[in-house]
Design a protein around this ligand. Structure first.
Ligand SMILES: Cc1cc2nc3c(=O)[nH]c(=O)nc-3n(C[C@H](O)[C@H](O)[C@H](O)COP(=O)(O)OP(=O)(O)OC[C@H]3O[C@@H](n4cnc5c(N)ncnc54)[C@H](O)[C@@H]3O)c2cc1C
Length: 404
């Protein structure tokens, strides 16, 4: 087990500085343009692939860090550059994490490289679980997966909502219900290989923020995938379903744990947005003169900045704690994964709102990036589980009761 330490290792410091350099030199200068275009920034994904920031090797290096801090550190820096572009680069890792978490070694070897594509032609991947009628309530999923024994194929039918990279992805990882009576325990994840007939995404969704990241509803119209596309394989699924039918506990908990583990990384993204806004507002408050003195010389302004800094640092401690716990198999007995994402998401919203306020009229203009950060921050109280759902997880964990 790795010691928890706030003294970053040399590797962690190098990683932070390297990703920060990319964010400052490549991502941030391009942020306003791709936000306005509302398009996936392919040239920047390609650039990230070239320098080694986009690809399985990068993710694997981060995952290998025994302290668990590398991924949150890298995420904070990249999203400090821009959240929309950041998600275009890191969004693929959701699908990769699902394959890595639920797939067999053979499935890893077959599908993970296809998630990223090649250096010359990078691809993105999508992880599609939310549905129009099943957002927070994952158990209400209607997408069905039916096994066709004659052809050893799975047939997927249904609709997925809000999928990051939906339709533009090569690989789509899709969750579906195999035995609806079992709720979330009757679900499984499938790889839909690039170009599979029947998968379509009709329209790109237009959003408040994260506009450089593609989001779309995905339709599955009798999509047939080979048996080997069921993540984990059929034997493991049959075993899991048999356990669930007999009322044994286990796999439902495992799925919850996967979510809990990914949440600190999403919290780290929110921190990047919050820190960008805080730093910008601090500089502005030192420069902007009213009543013959810099506005920061007013306590109201300085105290707001002090609170912003304190909240960001507090959130980071929760994110790092949960990341360290997850990596070192410490059980989240009080919903620590949820705490980290909840706090960081809410801090991002409040800090970016304060930053707009501290810039006055300038904060409302597109001439400054603060209005974009304000728009981008809001997603962090919504996706990967809303703030209410995080509170539900925490309150159930601390009470041991079925809080609704
Ligand atoms: C930009 C973007 C990208 C996304 N990317 C992906 C993706 O890649 N893959 C994917 O699968 N999904 C993705 N999502 C979907 C996202 O995860 C869902 O929007 C989110 O989980 C909330 O679900 P919902 O929108 O259906 O809201 P609902 O579940 O309908 O919730 C509506 C409101 O009710 C509250 N609520 C619901 N149930 C309870 C309860 N029991 N107690 C208290 N309050 C409750 C919620 O907190 C919320 O405030 C994305 C969404 C967006 C906007």
């Amino acid at each position: 087990m790795a010691e928890f330490s706030l003294d970053l290792t040399e590797e962690q410091r190098d990683l932070r500085d390297w990703v920060h350099g990319f964010a400052a030199e490549v991502v941030r200068p391009a942020a306003a343009e791709w936000d306005a275009r509302e398009e996936t920034p392919w040239p920047i994904i390609q650039e990230a692939a070239k320098v080694g920031l986009y690809g399985f090797e990068f993710l694997a290096t981060c995952w290998a860090d025994p302290t668990g801090l590398s991924l949150p550190i890298a995420s904070e820096e990249l999203f400090w550059g821009d959240a929309g572009i950041g998600l275009s680069i890191f969004g693929t890792s959701l699908a990769v994490a699902a394959i890595y978490g639920a797939g067999t070694p053979d499935q890893m070897v077959e599908w993970v490289p296809q998630c990223f594509g090649s250096l010359d032609q990078p691809a993105v991947a999508a992880f599609c679980t939310s549905e129009p009628e099943a957002g927070s309530d994952v158990g209400a999923m209607r997408t069905r997966a039916v096994y066709d024994e004659a052809t050893d194929e799975w047939v997927l039918r249904g609709q997925k909502a809000y999928a990051t990279n939906g339709g533009i992805a090569g690989v789509h990882v899709v969750t579906a219900s195999v035995e609806p009576e079992l709720g979330s325990r009757g679900q499984a994840a499938f790889v839909v290989p690039p170009g599979t007939p029947g998968l379509s995404a009709t329209r790109k969704l237009r959003k408040l923020g994260l506009r450089a990241s593609h989001t779309a509803d995905v339709f599955l119209d009798d999509v047939r995938v080979p048996g080997r596309c069921l993540l984990g394989g059929k034997d493991a699924l049959d075993e899991r379903l048999a356990r669930a039918r007999s009322g044994q506990r286990a796999s439902g908990q495992a799925a919850m744990r996967t979510f809990e583990l990914s949440r600190p990384t999403v919290g780290a993204q929110a921190l990047g947005v919050a820190r960008a806004a805080y730093e910008y507002a601090l500089d502005y408050a030192k420069e902007r003169v009213q009543f013959g003195r810099p506005i920061i010389e007013n306590q109201a302004v300085a105290f707001a900045l002090a609170d912003m800094k304190m909240e960001i640092d507090a959130a980071r401690l929760l994110v790092w704690r949960a990341s360290w716990m997850g990596r070192n198999n410490r059980p989240f007995t009080a919903g620590e994964g949820s705490m980290s994402k909840l706090k960081a998401g809410e801090v991002a919203v409040s800090v970016t709102e304060k930053a707009v306020q501290l810039l006055g009229g300038a904060g409302f203009l597109r001439d400054h990036p603060v209005e974009r950060w304000y728009r981008d921050a809001k997603i962090y109280t919504i996706f990967e589980g809303t703030s209410e759902i995080q509170r539900l997880v925490i309150s159930r964990a601390i009470s041991g009761m079925q809080i609704r």
